[in-house]
Design a protein around this ligand. Structure first.
Ligand SMILES: Cc1cc2nc3c(=O)[nH]c(=O)nc-3n(C[C@H](O)[C@H](O)[C@H](O)COP(=O)(O)OP(=O)(O)OC[C@H]3O[C@@H](n4cnc5c(N)ncnc54)[C@H](O)[C@@H]3O)c2cc1C
Length: 403
């Protein structure tokens, strides 16, 4: 075989890797595991090795509320039982109320015929269990690894890493977070807005138990959520204007707990203990498309949303499920998994679903930002109406669950 026909046969065979996933956060690690389990030769490239999770360490300040659709995906990947048993806060109720007009809405898992609405879990716990399952699934792990450049060619995308290594795969999947360097390299823009807010997070001990309930109070400056942790404490996500968040972060513990007690309307009594605090800037950011040549976006790289609905990673894990389904269908039909028309199915479906949800959360943020009295009263009437219209309320609950 001469050199030219050797290259030809290599080209026909294509690259050894089907998919290169960049970013090993919860979404990228779940994508790599899901695609490998579905039979695709997969690599995961991550810039920073995650620290091992241990039950001995303090609960990670970053927690998420996992909806039933996310739990089903993680269960199918064989990692959910270990995550749940390690440290997770189940909740069966959600209570949301308005500081300005007193209107409230209550969701109960039993009304949906389920035992639970979801679980509060640490980001690092989920990421760690996914990360440690990768080897057994045959995922080629490259860490630390950063992509410096990539180029789509006939049957592959060629990646150049910061350390000079090169790698080829049929498809490049960017799950590299809201700042996504790959999205920028692909020339994909974003739209959205900066909320001018930060989410202050901490774990707090309250005088009264959390009752397996996710509590959220809408205040004029932004929502305050108290999410039930496994150890009886509540994890707070307190969205505040930037300046106010900076002030609250700088308070001493006693002053912080006193202010938080007032902000929470003492729903769980006084705040009697707190961890150190951290804050995260909030923005709405939607990629203008989820697709380029042999390239797709998923997770926060595609969409960053306000945490008021607790849905960011849940949307990302729905992206994973849809991408897996799309690629499996293409392979089973004998198609190139990264052909533009194949990726379009994933990109259109998830982009429109994520956009609808993101704009819905944004509308809620705007509506709860209303300050004029007639609008505040109208908002209260709307919420009371939903509370009493069971079909609409059930629709909202099952949508949030991803059902
Ligand atoms: C305060 C707060 C509360 C939230 N609460 C909830 C909630 O209750 N429920 C919910 O569903 N969501 C919630 N979210 C959102 C959720 O945390 C995010 O949607 C989720 O963490 C995004 O995961 P990801 O894997 O897409 O991105 P990330 O977690 O950002 O992971 C990206 C990964 O890519 C890696 N990376 C970046 N660049 C490169 C590169 N060039 N090369 C290689 N690797 C790279 C990073 O190291 C990182 O590991 C909340 C967010 C905030 C801020």
């Amino acid at each position: 075989m001469n050199a030219v026909s050797g290259r030809e046969s290599l080209r026909r065979r294509g690259p050894a890797l089907d998919v290169a996933v960049v970013g090993g956060g919860m979404v990228g690690a779940a994508a790599a595991l899901a695609l490998a389990r579905a039979g695709f030769a997969t690599a995961l490239l991550e810039a920073r090795e995650p620290s091992p999770w241990s039950a001995e360490q303090e609960v990670d300040l970053r927690v998420v509320g996992l909806a039933p659709s996310s739990i089903a995906l993680l269960d199918g990947l064989g990692v959910w039982a270990a995550i749940r048993d390690a440290r997770s806060g189940p909740y069966a109720h959600m209570h949301v109320w308005d500081a300005e007009n007193g209107a409230s809405i209550h969701f109960d898992a039993a009304d949906e015929g389920r035992d639970l609405l979801g679980y509060i879990v640490e980001n690092s716990l989920v990421q760690w269990h996914l990360w440690t399952a990768l080897d057994a699934a045959g995922v080629k792990r490259l860490c630390p690894a950063e992509v410096r450049a990539f180029e789509a060619q006939d049957d592959r995308v060629q990646l150049e890493l910061a350390d000079g290594q090169t790698l080829a795969a049929r498809l490049l999947v960017a799950a590299d977070g809201a700042g996504s360097p790959l999205r920028k390299l692909a020339g994909i823009g974003t739209r959205g807005r900066d909320y001018g807010q930060r989410a202050v997070v901490a774990h707090v001990r309250t005088e009264r138990p959390h009752q397996g309930t996710a509590w959220q109070r809408f205040l004029p400056d932004g929502p305050l959520a108290l999410l039930p942790l496994a150890d009886g404490r509540s994890s707070i996500v307190w969205s505040l204007p930037d300046e106010e968040a900076r002030r609250v972060l700088a308070l001493d513990d006693a002053a912080f707990m006193a202010e938080l007690g007032v902000a929470s309307d003492f729903r769980l009594g006084r705040i009697v203990g707190t961890t150190p605090r951290a804050a995260f800037p909030l923005k709405l950011q939607l990629a203008t498309t989820y697709q380029a040549e042999r390239f797709v976006l998923l997770g926060d790289a595609a969409h960053a949303v306000h945490p008021l609905a607790g849905q960011g990673v849940n949307l990302g894990l729905r992206d994973v499920a849809e991408l897996r389904e799309t690629l499996v269908a293409a392979r089973d039909a004998g198609r190139d998994i990264a052909a533009a028309h194949v990726l379009r199915r994933y990109a259109r479906s998830r982009c429109s679903a994520d956009t609808m949800d993101a704009l819905g959360f944004d509308a809620l943020a705007r509506i709860y930002g209303w300050r004029s009295m007639p609008l505040v009263t109208a908002r209260g009437l709307g919420v009371r109406l939903v509370e009493h219209l069971s079909p609409l309320k059930r629709h909202l609950a099952s949508h949030a669950a991803g059902l």
